[in-house]
Design a protein around this ligand. Structure first.
Ligand code: NAP
Length: 308
């Protein structure tokens, strides 16, 4: 049943944005944007938008007049952001400001997708009252994006997921996004194992892997509710990357023996990653009435979708 609510998904060609749009069609009057990757979805009107273009962002939001705007668009390749500060700031902060200001002009509610990386990973199992302390530039831009949204004088909510995984058509086609990523961690593991390649995965970076479809449910629950503020919306299980990769191999019947453990001090990455960024999702479960999935449940659901 289509409600009278109009929803605009900024970044609808992305893994998360596409899932949100897909789930929203039939329940909301759904609009979405893409930047580089043109995608199609029955029941959803897509528009090309670079959110760094302030006047184009304002014009589109004024034209659609959405009740709710979910901004999933970001440059989120952590190492790329570390070496391209201006570009990362332009998209993740100034682009977000353009969306927030346009929401103000049209009195739309804005839901901003942030990240668990706003935390330094020293404590783990973070709740919404814990103080952020970003370690790398990408996380700094996302935290600044949160501030922009909070201070824009709009009705808003901020969600913080952790390592988003899942499957969507553009990822399968291997199309490169303007976010700087061509595929998510789970798809990359599947591809490498299917090619029978040996891969090194870190054992000392913990997160709460979040199935994009599950996060989309939470975003739509927020869109329909009067709830505001920050919500941790992630998977139910705290797991290191190595064991997450092993779980992927197990669920998809691939050779987990090809996955070799390595620690962060050996496996050098450009930007330092927080060690324990797991999130406490109890507030979101209670207030949004969404059940967050374990890694096993999420991977089973992903597998079923891919086989469908
Ligand atoms: N992926 C993760 O593990 C993870 C974890 C925590 C939080 N997050 C946050 O979750 C959100 C969604 O992530 P995702 O994995 O779905 O990302 P994704 O698949 O890489 O999609 C990113 C989307 O942003 C769009 N985009 C990039 N630059 C843009 C710009 N300048 N103007 C307008 N659109 C632009 C892309 O458009 P095109 O594809 O058409 O170029 C795409 O639709 C992001 O805000 C990210 O910071 C991600």
């Amino acid at each position: 049943m289509v409600t009278s609510l109009k929803l605009l998904v900024v970044g609808g060609s992305g893994l998360l944005g596409y899932k949100v749009a897909e789930l929203a069609v039939g329940e909301f009057e759904t609009f979405a944007t893409y930047n580089f990757r043109s995608v199609e979805l029955q029941g959803c009107n897509f528009f090309k938008l670079n959110k760094c273009d302030r006047s184009a962002t304002q014009a589109l939001i004024k034209k659609i007049k959405p009740d709710v705007v979910i901004d999933t668009a970001a440059l989120h390749n952590v190492d790329y952001c570390e070496t391209h500060h201006d570009e990362a700031w332009k998209v993740n902060v100034e682009g977000t400001r353009n969306v927030a200001d346009a929401c103000k002009e049209t009195s739309a509610k804005m839901i901003f997708v942030s990240t668990d990386y706003v935390f330094d990973g020293k404590k783990g199992f973070y709740n919404e009252k814990d103080a952020p302390n970003p370690l790398h530039f990408y996380a700094k831009t996302k935290l600044e994006g949160e501030k922009v949204v909070r201070e824009a004088g709009i009705d808003y909510a901020i969600v913080r997921p952790s390592v988003i995984y899942g499957w969507n058509p553009s990822e399968l086609a291997g199309l490169r996004s303007s976010s700087g990523k061509s595929m998510n961690f789970a798809i990359w593991i599947l591809n490498e194992l299917r090619k029978r390649k040996e891969i090194k995965i870190v054992t000392d970076q913990y997160s709460s892997p979040t199935l994009a479809d599950n996060l989309a449910e939470a975003l739509l629950a927020l869109s329909k509710s009067q709830r505001k503020g920050v919500y941790h919306t992630a998977g139910k299980i705290c797991i290191d990357r190595f064991n997450f990769a092993k779980k992927i191999a197990e669920i998809f019947d691939l050779n987990g023996g090809l996955i070799k453990p390595v620690t962060s001090d050996v496996f050098k990455q450009v930007a330092e990653r927080p060690k324990r960024c797991c999130l406490d999702v109890s507030k979101a479960e209670r207030e949004l009435e969404v059940k967050f999935l374990t890694v096993e449940e999420g991977l089973m659901k992903m597998k079923a979708k891919m086989e469908h």
